[in-house]
Design a protein around this ligand. Structure first.
Ligand code: SAM
Length: 274
């Protein structure tokens, strides 16, 4: 296995001070990085898409696990450090300089199934998450998502009905996929430490329920949780046929969105897709 210099030394040598504008909070603890790389299971020989490798801490853990990594990084200051890593693991690492929000990931991965791992700034992470979980094509080309979020967002993704954390993100993440909280990461693990705690969410695709479109499930959860304090009778008014569908399913229209199970959203969507 390639002997690599400590990450702090790599950062110092390449002058990679963390940029606030790019949401950079680096992880240096190689044991922790190894545990994160192990979350998706055995990656030996598998294709992995890493977004935002930065100086390459998680990247080296993935390479050590035998993954074939394609990494998209928009900070060109990180490219020389990543090139060193590519040299240390011949034919295992491809680095693409660019904005992950603007790239077609299936194309970048050559149409091959891939696992996604990423430690991203909050806004970029959520935007990509919504994109990966959305759309009519299912199952997706990605085989799993292992993503760092601020803990509060992670809790919204895995939330169950009934609580204030349950909302659009939970429906999006769970109606045709399994989402679990894989690991909590203390703020002190990052350099510089962010203000809030983080957590890693692991998502795997499930079966697409029959007779529904993603568009309809998303539209219903958007309407229902857009006015989450209101009764469904009121919040679903703007979706034609939705209030009648509640009646057909025997769901009391005086209930509020957060009391509906994810299967209820799917059942409503199925009626509206007939
Ligand atoms: N993976 C490294 C680690 O764990 O130490 C770095 C994590 S740092 C929180 C996020 C990284 O994502 C930074 O290197 C930043 O430049 C990069 N980044 C931010 N927005 C991006 C985007 N839209 N596309 C690609 N990379 C991005």
């Amino acid at each position: 296995m390639a002997e690599l210099p400590p990450l702090r030394e790599v950062i110092a040598r390449h002058g990679l001070s963390a940029s606030k504008a790019l949401g950079q909070n680096f992880l240096f603890d190689e044991q922790l990085l190894g545990r994160i790389a192990a979350i998706p299971g055995d990656l030996d020989g598998k294709a992995v898409l890493e977004i935002g490798p930065g100086p390459g801490g998680l990247t080296r853990a993935l390479l050590r696990a035998g993954a074939r990594v394609t990494a998209i990084e928009m900070d060109r200051r990180c490219l020389p450090a990543l090139a060193e890593l590519a040299d240390a693991f011949p034919a295992q690492l491809t680095v693409i300089e660019g904005d992950a929000l603007k790239l077609d990931h299936a194309e970048v991965m050559g149409g091959e199934p891939f696992a996604v791992l990423s430690n991203l700034p909050y806004n970029v992470g959520t935007a990509l998450f919504v994109r990966w979980l959305g759309g009519e094509e299912w199952p997706p080309l990605w085989t799993s998502l292992t993503l760092m979020f601020q803990q509060e967002v992670a809790q919204r993704i895995v939330a169950e009905p009934g609580g204030s954390a349950y909302g659009r993100l939970a429906v999006l993440a769970q109606w045709r996929a399994q989402a679990k909280l894989a690991m909590k990461v203390h703020r002190s693990a990052f350099t510089p430490p962010p203000k809030v705690m983080s957590a890693i969410v692991h998502v795997t695709p499930g079966t697409m329920p029959e007779g529904v479109t993603a568009r309809m499930v998303e539209r219903l959860s958007e309407a229902a949780f857009g006015q989450r304090r209101k009764m469904l009778r009121q919040s679903l008014k703007g979706v034609p046929g939705a209030v009648e569908a509640l009646d057909e399913l025997g769901i009391d229209p005086q209930r509020r969105a957060e009391t509906l199970a994810i299967t209820d959203f799917v059942a409503l969507a199925r009626i509206l897709c007939r």
